[in-house]
Design a protein around this ligand. Sequence first.
Ligand code: HEC
Length: 147
Amino acid sequence: MIRHYTLAALFMLAAVGVNAEEKTAEQLVASKKKANITYRQLMEVMGAASIMINEGIVRENPQMVRDGANLIVNHPAPNHKPWTIVAETDQADFKQSLLIFDKIMDNQAEETANMAEQGRWLDASTSAHALMNSCISCHASWKAKAK
Ligand code: HEC
């Protein structure tokens, strides 16, 4: 129930931003540089990025936070359509999640790096925590459904 509530809230939050642009998941993927890695390998990069962000905050190293944030904001597309990792009946919903979370995570990563660059470490930490919650929200909905 909580999981559905969180997802519903995120959908509503993102409806404002995403619908304004009318971007589809296909367009999102096409807008990214392509890398010769799978979606799972892209996630490994995301994991490394989040470690870099958190370590940068603890060490008070703004460049480390910025580099980690850039890995998230500028992440490439994998070498296959991301939604093929879930069953066909789930693909439309997964595409929605990709669109919504991509935008939310970009904003949160950017905010975290900005706070770090201003030396506002507690604010950077709060923002990094929100970013991690985005990762975890999507995982709670989708990780077990990946083929
Ligand atoms: C749009 C949904 C979504 C978002 C957002 C998301 N992930 Fe994932 N993540 C997945 C799915 C689905 C898998 C499982 C992939 C698989 O097993 O093929 C996964 C797997 C992973 C894994 C495990 C990789 C492996 O080798 O098994 C890591 C680490 C990870 N994600 C980190 C992150 C981090 C860090 C973030 C946030 C910065 C994030 N993810 C955001 C959907 C998402």
